[in-house]
Design a protein around this ligand. Structure first.
Ligand code: HEM
Length: 457
């Protein structure tokens, strides 16, 4: 493997997507990881390209529909969490109305809160709803299996045979089973993206298990990175009060919301245009992604050729050479980002209050300066949706909840950040090594309760 370390040379690699191919690599790694046959080669003519063309349905016009669904599902998940779920209490299944529990301050791990909200909301938004298979209890069990599988993911991607990884094979089988075509066809209102993929898979001689495995791979792609990213975005806002205040006031200003926030039964709409106008929120998301992303961009050389690096230099590559970009080293480069270890929520805002994109190295402006979503041919097709989801989660949490870190240092009100779990380096967003406790309560319900208490005195 050859790592290209100078970010000024990244464009030379991404420009040569034909010779330096990403899918030659991903088609070697993804199929044994998720359990479907390789999509390239003679067995399934055109499948790989046609899968690629479905990625358009995560962008453009389809994105507005996806985002609208995601916001509704996030809000539903938050309401359900406050009104129906108590630690240790029995979770009601779909179809039965849940008992309204008196909202109160709760303490929980921020990672598990983000996971709970994002997993269910993403699954429902992409795949649709079903009273039985997507009931809260069923989702909870699915989420448990997903995180158990995900814990083994680095070894699986690293090529360790699945039969050597304990219960992973059985877990994967159960997860794939959730997406059996018989189940999938019962789900209401799936996204255009999943509908198109289902139709496409039906055109090829794949077994039901293989079709389920393709769907399961998309579930992993859609939440495997988004959940840890959500944790870091929210964690940083809570750990830096100045960032929290600036982002919250921007959200309220753009959405025209007065006072401390909204009541749980208030509805809300947030368009993608409104999210785009939240420059400080965008910057805070970028800054968290800068600090926690560690994806490798891998390319396999398809033929012997001379790769031009700049006007003076080129390098000779051989067929099957592997070239890697590792943007984390760029994200942590002090020449590009002064004091790179420090979280600065407004790093990506320019002096005149617009998005900042003029980052340089050695005095030369960089074409690529932030690459959590990959590059060129391997750029994440879900990146617009992912950014929208992260911003929506922040909007929902900040507008509907009072939320604070549970254990801050008494005198300084500061918090020691959790370490990054580097066992996943190279694979995407690094989760924290341990969870962080937060306290939270609905904003308006609490006010009402306080009002009642005052009236009773
Ligand atoms: C913060 C969240 C996310 C991050 C950081 C992220 C990052 C990435 C990266 C780095 C890749 C390239 C993988 C590689 O080079 O090996 C990728 C691929 C992919 N992502 Fe994402 N992603 C995120 C969210 C999503 C979401 C929400 C979806 C879909 C709903 C999605 C769908 C995909 C798909 C389908 C691919 C494979 C593309 C291909 O085969 O060409 N991602 N993602």
């Amino acid at each position: 493997m050859t790592f290209v370390m100078d970010p000024l040379l990244y464009p030379a690699v991404t420009k040569h997507g034909r010779q330096l191919d990403f899918h030659a690599f991903s088609d070697r790694v993804a199929p044994p990881t998720f359990g479907y046959p390789p999509t390239r080669g003679g067995a399934y003519p055109g499948l790989s390209d046609r899968i690629h063309s479905t990625f358009q349905l995560l962008q453009g016009e389809s994105l507005a529909h996806l985002s609208q669904g995601m916001l509704g599902n996030l809000l539903a998940a938050l309401r359900h969490h406050f009104l129906c779920e108590r630690e240790g209490a029995e979770k009601p299944e779909g179809g039965r109305a849940c008992q309204e529990a008196e909202p109160e301050w709760r303490e929980a791990g921020l990672y598990s809160l983000c996971e709970r909200l994002m997993f269910g909301a993403s699954l429902r938004t992409l795949y649709g709803t079903h009273t039985h298979t997507h009931s809260p209890g069923a989702l909870e069990r699915l989420r448990g299996k997903f995180s158990a599988f995900d814990a083994w993911f680095p070894l699986l991607v690293g090529g360790v045979p699945i039969r050597l990884l304990g219960r992973t094979n059985a877990l994967r089988g159960e997860l794939i089973g959730h997406f059996h075509p018989r189940s999938v066809q019962q789900w209401d209102d799936p996204s255009d993206f999943i509908r198109a993929r289902t139709q496409l898979l039906n055109e090829y001689p794949l077994t039901d298990v293989e079709k389920g495995a393709h769907h399961f791979a998309i579930l992993w792609a859609s939440v495997g990175n988004t959940i840890p990213a959500a944790f870091w975005v929210v964690y940083h806002l809570l750990a830096y009060p100045e960032a929290f205040a600036a982002v919250k006031s921007e959200i309220q200003e753009v959405l025209g919301i007065q006072g401390e926030g909204l009541a749980l039964d208030d509805d809300i709409t947030i368009t993608n245009e409104e999210l785009d106008r939240m420059i400080y929120l965008e910057s805070a998301v970028c800054e968290s992604l800068r600090l926690c992303s560690a994806a490798m961009n891998v390319r396999v050389c398809q033929e012997d050729f001379q790769l031009p690096l700049n006007s003076q230099h080129s390098v000779r590559l051989r067929k099957d050479d592997i070239i890697v970009l590792y943007p984390q080293s760029m994200h942590m480069d002090p020449d590009i980002y002064p004091q790179p270890q420090v979280y600065r929520f407004d790093r990506f805002v320019s002096g005149d209050g617009r998005r900042r994109s003029d980052f340089s190295k050695k005095g030369q402006r960089l074409r690529y300066f932030l690459m959590p979503f990959g590059s060129g041919g391997s750029k994440c097709p879900g990146r617009f949706f992912a950014r929208a989801e992260l911003k929506q989660l922040v909007c929902v949490l900040l507008l509907y909840c009072r939320l604070e870190l549970a254990h801050t240092h008494a005198h300084t009100h500061t918090h020691t950040p959790p370490a990054l779990d580097t066992s996943r380096a190279g694979l995407g967003i690094l989760p924290p090594k341990g969870d962080v406790s937060v306290r939270y309560t609905p904003i308006r319900e609490k006010e009402k309760k306080e009002e009642r208490e005052r009236e009773n005195v």
